[in-house]
Design a protein around this ligand. Structure first.
Ligand code: PLP
Length: 392
């Protein structure tokens, strides 16, 4: 039997995809499933973006593009960052990638090796830890706590840094908690990082436009003092409801740019050409589609959080960003959040993801994505209520 090298045994998974396939299998058997599991907008991609990609195909954009992406798109990314975040970035350091995930894959691959330590949010996007393990580096979880509004503590994060720390991963607004890091905490963290110039930072800002209650996004791009060691991850998947297009962008610091460019050449040559023209239309076209989507998510956020708080033994903090609710289920009597999530799917037909799928500090929580219709959210909550009343 042939086998891959040892790193692949250590590689993890993203259980949200396993939940999605189980939910689809149950639906195929005729079960009525309410899917609050997967993290993707339930809206179609705005029509003007779809049309731009179709036009690109009709116009003959069928070949390879430069491996870092077409220049107008990289320039549009820089203009968008300037407009929204007030930060100036060099389009020559932007790399267009097939999905935001590829940026974390690259950054962790570049900084991880046996003997190195990488700090990542826990609970957090499961691929961070998976990739850290793959490289042989030591994963060091930064606890993300409900009592801190699901934001990292700068002091605690800085205390975890050692001489071996190579990379610090940040994610705000956050998956799976919906937490948003306050500017004051980021200020404190960046000030402290001055004492640790050997630490690179990967800031995953893919949910940066999903903010509620007047919250403002604080991008790590706002801190020139760390720009030479900052990798910024963003993309189109969530903002423009384009998860299936596989598109993202990254800004790389001078020291890592060449490695990022070579990774592109070695692994995917370039991103799908017509998709890049769709992405260009997304950035240069009307932005009201984003505001409308966020407003709709805001309405659903209240529905889901109010509904969860009315369930026996469940309490849910109001998330400030992204499109997830992360209710505390310790009062339900279920000893394992993962078991609760899987039983909810099998018996009540409601797909959610267990908190432990996002890290050790996710025990006692489940994640609900409210990227689903108000009607389905209401049905899902209703079923959860009946389930918890009878099964606990
Ligand atoms: N980062 C976070 C925090 C995410 O939740 C996701 C997707 O769920 C990604 C990155 C990856 O996005 P993409 O679909 O563009 O690869």
């Amino acid at each position: 039997v042939i086998r891959p090298v040892a790193g692949f045994e250590r590689m993890g998974e993203e259980n949200a995809f396993a939940v999605l396939s189980r939910a689809s299998a149950l639906a195929a058997q005729g079960r009525d499933i309410v899917n609050l599991g997967i993290g993707q907008p339930d809206f179609p991609t705005p029509q003007h973006i779809v049309e731009a990609a179709i036009k690109a195909l009709r116009d003959g954009h069928h070949g390879y593009t430069p491996s870092t992406g077409i220049e107008p798109l990289r320039v549009a990314v820089a203009a968008d960052v300037q407009r929204r975040l007030g930060a100036e970035i060099d389009p020559g350091r932007v790399v267009i990638v097939p999905g935001g995930k590829v940026t974390m894959f690259g950054a962790i691959l570049m900084m991880g090796e046996p003997g190195a330590e990488i700090l990542y949010p826990d609970p957090g996007f499961p691929i961070y830890r998976s990739m850290i393990e793959f490289t042989g580096a030591r994963p060091v979880p930064v606890p993300i706590r409900e009592e801190n509004g699901f934001a990292f503590s700068a002091e605690e994060t800085l205390d975890l840094i050692t001489q071996d720390t190579r990379l610090l991963i940040l994610n705000s607004p956050a998956n799976p908690t919906g937490g948003v890091a306050p500017k004051a905490e980021i200020d404190k963290l960046v000030a402290g990082l001055a004492d640790h110039p050997h630490v690179a930072i990967l800031s995953d800002e893919i949910y940066d436009q999903f903010l509620f209650d007047g919250e403002q996004h604080t991008s790590l791009l706002a801190y020139p003092e760390i720009r030479d060691r900052l990798v910024l991850l963003n993309g189109w998947s969530k903002t423009y409801a384009m998860t299936g297009w596989r598109l993202g962008w990254a800004l790389w610091p001078d020291g890592l740019y060449d490695a990022a460019r070579k990774l592109a050449v070695n692994a995917w040559s370039c991103v799908n050409a017509p998709a890049q023209y769709g992405a260009l239309a997304a950035l240069t076209g009307p932005q009201d589609c984003v505001a409308d989507m966020v407003a709709e998510f805001d309405r659903r956020r209240h529905l889901v959080v109010d509904g969860l708080n009315a369930l026996p033994g469940v309490s849910c903090t109001m998330p400030k960003g992204a499109f997830y609710a992360f209710p505390n289920i310790t009062g339900t009597g279920w000893p394992s959040a993962k078991e609760l999530a899987s039983t909810l799917l099998e018996k009540a037909g409601v797909a959610t993801v267990g908190g432990p799928d996002f890290g050790i500090h996710g025990e006692g929580y489940i994640r609900l994505s409210y990227a689903n219709s108000a009607e389905n959210i209401a049905r899902g909550l209703d079923r959860m209520g009946q389930f918890l009343a009878t099964e606990r």
